[in-house]
Design a protein around this ligand. Structure first.
Ligand code: FES
Length: 204
């Protein structure tokens, strides 16, 4: 084989490989265009939200408009836009329990819940337990001096309310177990348990 032939053969081989790859790509593209997964993509893309969006949150029985980004937490929306500062930003991972609120009656950490994820749901904050007709749980906390710095207190109050809504006759053991997602750095646990048990007994 001459040098010239080698070049020619090599070029042909290159062209042939390129042609083959281009052809394969075209086939793959043609196949992909007709695959259900790709056809579904434009629909999925239409549901992607980016940037600031105004949504409605139902908080403490009323609808409120807030402007949030996809990354905005419920805690940020409550505190920064609705001025409901009872839930506290103690732990961004929710491990302290200080940001506890109720969503459709269930306790959740507002610090780890995206605001957009709770549109159409009933959100209740600790503020809903105060006012003229103060709930028995915060009254019991006052009666039993169940707080020191108070930073954990709103989370505990909401957690106790959720627990007793579910089990009004909770025992001390059940209360201790039910509150194990909330942390008090000041160590007021005994008085918190006393307060919760007093509510169970109807003492407040
Ligand atoms: S009262 Fe201070 S953290 Fe609980």
């Amino acid at each position: 084989m001459t040098k010239s032939n080698e070049y020619t053969d090599s070029s042909r081989a290159t062209v042939n490989r390129r042609s083959f790859l281009k052809g394969s790509g075209a086939v793959a593209a043609a196949t992909a265009l007709h695959s259900p997964a790709v056809e579904a993509e434009p629909q999925a893309a239409a549901n992607v939200v980016s940037g600031a969006t105004t949504i409605t949150l139902n908080v403490n029985g009323g609808d409120h408009k807030v402007t949030v980004e996809p990354r905005t937490t419920l805690l940020e929306a409550l505190r920064s836009q609705l001025e409901l500062t009872g839930a506290k930003p103690v732990s961004s991972d929710g491990s302290s329990g200080a940001s506890t609120v109720l969503v459709d009656g269930k306790p959740v950490m507002a610090s780890t819940t995206l605001a957009m994820a709770v549109t159409g749901k009933n959100i209740e904050t600790v503020e809903s337990l105060g006012g003229e007709d103060t709930d028995a749980v915060p009254r019991a906390f006052v009666k039993h001096d169940a707080q020191q710095c108070g930073f954990c207190t709103p989370g505990f109050v909401v957690a106790v309310r959720a627990l007793l809504n579910k089990n009004p006759d909770a025992t001390e053991s059940q209360i201790r177990q039910g509150l194990n997602g909330n942390i008090c750095r000041c160590g007021t646990y005994n008085n918190i348990i006393k307060a919760a048990l007093d509510v169970v007994k109807g003492g407040v």
